[in-house]
Design a protein around this ligand. Structure first.
Ligand code: FES
Length: 108
């Protein structure tokens, strides 16, 4: 398993952009944290296949409840990546399987 970061590196209600090797391909992903929930998704909006962050590591909406696509404002649930508002309503981010072991976020 490949280590991505430590949970403590990601403040609650925020995220971090990371390039990870997935199946041998360098892939932009985001690791997000909301309370005890830590998830990773491919950094690609299902609307126009663009990166979500409007500034590096800015992945949350202003209320810090959902993942935000900075391009057209789509909102995604942190837990399952499903879009609940915006042009890709009902579609979902591509989840990246991770494990959290001893505070370290690793690719599963
Ligand atoms: S590219 Fe994400 S909402 Fe349009």
């Amino acid at each position: 398993m490949s280590a991505l970061c430590r949970v403590e590196d990601i403040p609650d209600k925020s995220g971090r952009g990371i390039t990870a090797s997935i199946d041998g391909v360098a892939t932009a992903i985001l690791v997000v944290r909301l309370g005890r929930t830590v998830r990773a998704y491919v950094n690609r909006c299902p609307h126009l296949e663009l990166n979500l962050d409007w500034q590096p590591d800015h992945f949350f909406d202003f209320e810090r409840k959902h993942i935000l696509c900075g391009m057209h404002g789509a909102l995604f649930r942190v837990g399952d990546g499903v879009c609940i508002y915006g042009p890709c309503l009902g579609r979902a981010l591509t989840r990246v399987a991770i494990d959290v072991v001893d505070g370290e976020v690793r690719l599963a």
